[in-house]
Design a protein around this ligand. Structure first.
Ligand code: ADP
Ligand code: MG
Ligand code: ZN
Length: 443
């Protein structure tokens, strides 16, 4: 047992690393030679990647930038439970409390091991002079940027104040930086490295996007007689006959729809065809939403037809199929939504029921938004959204390995799909279907 694994147990109570990638990232950060970029899905244990290395450095504090006070509170509570001193400086605390934190940090040997601040706070004079003091007296172990995608206009929650953090990177070259995110297309990753001005070469630790237990395909709605019937068969076939498992481990499916009406209609039609289904969308009362989610999770109702608001906190491992009734917003969203299938590692199916009319409707909406944008930044963001949507359309209207599209999007090497998508398992059939779709769309 070395000091890294020792600390893992002693401070955090874990006997093992969550993944090989987590361990490699932790060891790289602990070496402290390079700036490190970590991209792993939500729930993979990114916090530990900087928290453990920081605990290896006595009498030093790690500065952690985090976008929201709520997130900061969660992290501080978690560390406090582990008896690790973590603090924040923010506008919501009493001046007495703030003084207490600052006094500790300015003392010879601070007790505080983690200081969490929002990027807005980072821009204040109080913080800047505190940081200068801490750096001068070599009391900073790491500077960490959590939810680093906020620095990119390609990300979904861009925060202009995150951009200023790049200037700090330039001012304090002696301290290693760590940037972490769960959402990273190739564009966002590029923005994180350049906008935060991370020092090259940056060591990168990234979960590959390829999940070989997921089979991806696209079906054209205008090429089938009975679309709902086809969907119903697909879902029923994906669901396993699992009589002997606990109800919570029963297999389940999700159908993502673009509108509330679609969720209601489909849930109704699928139920009529013998597949028990419920609708889930933002228009339901929150008590109703909870009930639907619970009936689905508990194995009482195998199918939910939902808008994309269904997913936060869905942690069912035995989802055997995710169907999209029409397009997802973009490839990142599609990857995430479809990725709720097969979390248990067993085979699962992801299918888009593509509809050209719907594509045209979304196309029109996005173009209207671009035209309506008031500021240049707004316009840029709308244009980015449109470009992302175009990649999604191309995904459906091209004969190309589906997993390859994801890999390109995330800036990775082409994975060995080996027939885990329609284009790789039967290219000719996919080409024929696409041609038929295009002919019918024209007429
Ligand atoms: P992320 O930031 O990637 O979404 P978190 O850092 O919030 O993930 O961690 C998710 C959960 O995993 C937390 O409950 C955390 O305690 C747990 N966790 C992290 N590392 C390990 C580990 N090595 N062993 C067991 N649980 C872990
Ligand atoms: Mg996190
Ligand atoms: Zn393929």
């Amino acid at each position: 047992m070395d000091n890294v694994t020792e600390k893992l147990l002693e401070c955090f109570g874990h006997r093992k690393f969550k993944s090989e990638l987590q361990e490699r990232a932790i060891r790289a950060i602990a070496r402290g030679v390079h700036d490190v970029y970590v991209s792993m899905p939500t729930g993979s244990g990114k916090s530990l990647c900087f928290q453990l290395p920081a605990m290896l450095q006595d009498n030093k504090v790690a500065i952690v930038f985090s976008p929201l006070l709520a997130l900061i509170k969660d992290q501080i509570d978690h560390l406090t439970k582990l008896k690790i001193q973590a603090e924040s400086i923010n506008s919501k605390m009493t001046s007495k409390d703030r003084e207490r934190v600052i006094n500790d940090l300015r003392s010879l040997k601070p007790d505080t091991r983690f200081l969490y601040v929002t990027p807005e706070q980072a821009a204040t004079g109080t913080f800047k002079s505190l940081l200068e003091h801490l750096v001068k007296y070599k009391k900073v172990s790491y500077i960490v940027v959590d939810e680093a995608h906020c620095v990119s206009e390609w990300g979904h929650d861009f925060r202009p104040d995150y951009l200023k953090l790049g200037d700090l990177r330039e001012s304090y070259k002696s301290i290693p930086w760590v940037a972490l995110t769960a959402t990273a297309s190739a564009e966002v990753a590029k923005d994180i490295l350049s906008n935060l001005k991370l020092l090259q070469p940056v060591a990168q630790y990234k979960t590959p996007s390829f999940r070989k237990n997921l089979y991806y395909d696209v079906v054209y709605q205008n090429c089938i007689e009975d679309e709902v019937g086809d969907l119903c068969e697909f879902l029923k076939k994906s669901l396993k006959e699992d009589e002997n498992v606990k109800p919570r481990d029963k297999s389940a499916v999700i159908v993502y729809c673009r509108t509330r009406e679609q969720t209601e209609d489909l849930a109704h039609m699928l139920s009529k065809r013998g597949l028990k289904s419920l609708a889930y969308h933002g228009g339901l009362k929150s008590s109703e939403r909870v009930l639907v989610q619970e009936r689905w999770s508990s194995g009482d109702c195998p199918c939910v037809c939902a808008t994309v608001s269904f997913g936060m906190g869905v942690d069912k491992a035995t989802v055997r199929a995710v169907a999209h009734w029409g397009l997802a917003q973009n490839v990142a969203a599609y990857y995430q939504e479809s990725g709720r299938a097969g979390r248990d590692g067993k085979p699962a199916f992801c299918r888009i029921y593509y509809c050209r009319n719907e594509r045209n409707a979304v196309d029109f909406l996005l173009k209207t938004e671009i035209a309506r944008a008031r500021t240049p930044e707004q316009k840029q963001r709308c244009k980015n959204a449109y470009k992302s949507f175009e990649i999604m359309v191309k995904y459906c209207e091209e004969v190309k390995c589906r997993h390859k599209t994801f890999a390109e999007y995330f800036g990775e090497e082409t994975p060995r799909c080996a027939s885990r998508c329609d284009a790789c398992s039967d290219e000719r059939a996919v080409r024929r279907a696409l041609e038929q779709h295009q002919r019918r769309a024209m007429s």
